[in-house]
Design a protein around this ligand. Structure first.
Ligand code: AMP
Length: 136
C-alpha cells in the first residue's frame, strides 16, 4: 500500500532519489539527509502507515529484520561501537514524516550526541558512504 503524496512512498517508488543502503521485499533502508551522525539510517516498511499501530502485524514481523541487518552493517563497516534505534511515533513525539521510519543512529564510545540534524559535506560524500554500506 502506497500513498502518492508521501515522500517516503515516493522514495520506495523510485520517484525521489535516496542514498539506499539495503532493500528487500518488505522494507528499504537509506541514509537520513540530516544525520545526527554520519551513517544515520532510516529503515521503512514498504507499506504506507503513519503510526506503529497502523502497520499490519505481519508487515512489522516481515520488515523488522532489516533493522537488525542494517545495525550489524553499520557496526561492522563504519565501524561504530553501537547504535540507537528510535521511532518518533506521532506529531507530539516529533514525527515529521507520516510514514513509519526507524532511525538507526551510530554511536561511539565517549562521544556525546546532540540529537539534532547535521549534514554531509556534499551529496557525493553521502553517496560514497551509501556505496560503502550498501548490502546486496
Ligand atoms: P522524524 O522527525 O522522525 O519524522 O524524522 C524524519 C527524518 O526524515 C528526518 O531526520 C529527516 O532528515 C529525514 N528525511 C526527510 N526527507 C528525507 C529524504 N528525502 N531523504 C532522506 N531523509 C529524509
Amino acid at each position: 500500500m502506497q500513498d502518492p503524496n508521501c515522500v517516503f512512498c515516493r522514495i520506495i517508488a523510485g520517484e525521489i532519489p535516496a542514498a539506499k543502503i539495503a532493500e528487500d521485499e518488505y522494507g528499504l533502508a537509506f541514509l537520513d539527509i540530516a544525520p545526527f551522525e554520519k551513517g544515520h539510517t532510516l529503515v521503512i516498511p514498504k507499506y504506507h502507515a503513519a503510526l506503529l499501530e497502523d502497520l499490519p502485524v505481519e508487515w512489522l514481523r516481515n520488515f523488522s529484520p532489516l533493522m537488525q541487518t542494517v545495525g550489524r552493517r553499520l557496526r561492522e563497516t563504519l565501524p561504530c561501537d553501537g547504535y540507537n534505534v528510535m521511532l518518533n511515533n506521532g506529531k507530539s513525539a516529533s514525527q515529521e514524516v507520516p510514514h513509519i521510519h526507524f532511525h538507526i543512529v551510530p554511536r561511539y564510545e565517549g562521544r556525546e550526541l546532540e540529537w539534532k540534524g547535521g549534514s554531509y559535506e556534499s551529496d557525493e560524500e553521502m553517496l560514497l558512504l551509501a556505496k560503502k554500506l550498501y548490502l546486496e
